[in-house]
Design a protein around this ligand. Structure first.
Ligand code: ATP
Length: 362
C-alpha cells in the first residue's frame, strides 16, 4: 500500500514557480487519501486566479507517476485560500486593490470593472467599490443605474448598507447616493466621511478582493483610502501618450510617498493600439508604442498587459456589462491575464516581509 510519506516525498520535488519553494515546505498539500487503486489530495494555492494552476497540477501528476506509481489513479483538488494583506483590520476583506490613473478618461473604471469580474470568474469572492466622486461610471457599466442600496439595522443597532449584487460581485458606488444631474462641490471632510461609509458601513461579507476605482489624479479620496485602510496594492492604468504617462508618474509617486506607501502591483497600458476589423493582424500604435511598459520598468513594477482600442469594450460598458462577462470576446482573455497577474503579485507580496521601494529621489 502506498503511504502518505511517499506522496509527500514525491510532491516535495514540485516547486511553486512564484515562491521558488516546494509545495510540501509551503504547506500547500492537504487532505491526502489513499485507497488501493486511487490517491487523492488537495493543493491549496494562495489565489484561485493563480496563473500557474495548470502547470502545478501537471507537475504534481508527473511527480506521483515518477516517484510513487505510474498506474495509480490520481485525483487532485486544486483549491485556494487567499491570504490577508498584512495589518488588514477590516477582518472580512482580505485584500484591498486600488485602481488609479493620473489622467482622466484613460479607461481606469473599465479596467477596475473587468479586473473585479475576472477575479470573480476565477473563483474569488470579490467586491467593487466605485470611489470616483467626480464621475462614477460603475453603475452604468453594470447596468444598475438608479439602484438604491438598502440599509438594514444590525443586531447591535448599527446601520449597514447592502451592496448591489450583479454578475456575482458586490458593488457600491458613490453614484448610488448622488443625483447624476446635480453636481456636488466635494470638500475634504465630506469626501472622507463618504468614503469611510462605503468601506465601514457596508455589508461586504467575506471578500478575497475588494477592487476600488479611484478618481483620476491625486486627491482627497486617495489620501482618505490610503491613510485609513491597509491597501494591499495599486494597479495603475495609463494610455501610451506622454501626457498620460507624465500624470501616471505623479500618481505612482504619491503611492510611494513614505506617509502613504502602497505597493505597486503593476501598470496596465490601455488603448495601446488599434486593430481594424477588416485587418485583424495589423496593429496601429496610434498613441505611441510601449509607453506603459517603459513606465513599469522605470518603477521596477510588473507590466500587467496591454489592451487594444476596441469598440466592443466601450459598447459593452455603455450597455451595462463589462466585456469580460462575454467569454467569446478575444479581449476577455487579456483581462483574465491581467487579473491573474494582479492576484499573483498580491500572493508574492504577502510572502515578502519588506517591500523594497525604488529610490524615488533619483
Ligand atoms: N480599450 C478600450 N477600447 C475602447 N474604448 C475604451 C477602452 N477603454 C475604455 N474605453 C472607453 O473609454 C471611455 C472612458 O473609459 P473609463 O470610464 O473606463 O475611463 P476612466 O479613466 O475611468 O475615466 P474617468 O476619468 O471619467 O474616471 C468609456 O466610454 C470606455 O468604454
Amino acid at each position: 500500500m502506498i503511504t502518505k510519506e511517499q506522496i509527500l516525498h514525491a510532491l516535495s520535488f514540485v516547486e511553486d514557480p512564484d515562491f521558488k519553494k516546494d509545495l510540501v515546505t509551503l504547506n500547500m498539500i492537504k487532505d491526502i487519501e489513499i485507497t488501493p487503486h486511487k490517491i487523492s489530495f488537495s493543493v491549496v494555492l494562495t489565489t484561485p486566479a493563480c496563473p500557474m494552476k495548470d502547470h502545478i497540477e501537471h507537475a504534481c501528476r508527473n511527480a506521483i507517476a515518477h516517484f510513487v506509481d505510474k498506474e495509480i489513479e490520481v485525483s487532485i483538488n486544486m483549491t485556494s485560500q487567499v491570504k490577508s494583506a498584512p495589518n488588514q483590520q477590516l477582518d472580512n476583506i482580505k485584500n484591498i486593490i486600488v485602481v488609479a490613473s493620473g489622467k482622466g478618461g484613460v479607461g481606469k473604471s473599465t479596467v477596475a470593472a473587468n479586473l473585479a469580474l475576472a477575479l470573480h470568474l476565477k473563483g474569488a469572492k470579490t467586491g467593487l467599490l466605485d470611489a470616483d466622486i467626480y464621475g462614477p461610471s460603475i453603475p452604468m457599466m453594470f447596468g444598475v443605474e438608479g439602484a438604491r442600496p438598502k440599509a438594514s439595522k444590525t443586531t447591535d443597532g448599527k446601520t449597514k448598507i447592502e451592496p448591489i449584487e450583479k454578475f456575482g460581485i458586490k458593488l457600491l458606488s458613490i453614484g448610488f447616493f448622488t443625483d447624476p444631474n446635480q453636481p456636488i462641490p466635494w470638500r475634504g471632510p465630506m469626501v472622507s466621511a463618504a468614503i469611510k461609509q462605503l468601506f465601514n458601513d457596508a455589508d461586504w461579507g467575506e471578500l478575497d478582493y475588494l477592487v476600488v476605482d479611484l478618481p483620476p489624479g491625486t486627491g482627497d479620496v486617495h489620501i482618505t483610502v490610503a491613510q485609513n485602510y491597509p491597501v494591499a496594492g495599486a494597479v495603475i492604468v495609463t494610455t501610451p501618450q506622454n501626457v498620460a504617462l507624465a500624470d501616471a508618474t505623479k500618481g505612482i509617486g504619491m503611492f510611494m510617498m513614505n506617509t502613504i506607501n502602497i505597493p505597486l502591483l503593476g501598470v496596465v497600458e490601455n488603448m495601446a493600439y488599434f486593430t481594424p476589423a477588416e485587418l485583424p493582424d495589423n496593429k496601429y500604435y496610434i498613441f505611441g508604442k510601449d509607453g506603459g511598459k517603459r513606465l513599469a520598468e522605470k518603477f521596477d513594477a510588473p507590466f500587467l498587459g496591454e489592451l487594444p482600442l476596441v469598440k466592443s469594450i466601450s459598447d459593452a460598458g455603455d450597455n451595462g456589462y463589462p466585456i469580460v462577462t462575454d467569454e467569446d470576446e478575444l479581449i476577455s482573455k487579456n483581462f483574465i491575464s491581467i487579473a491573474e497577474k494582479v492576484a499573483q503579485q498580491l500572493s508574492l507580496q504577502h510572502n515578502i516581509k519588506e517591500v523594497q521601494k525604488p529610490d524615488f529621489t533619483q
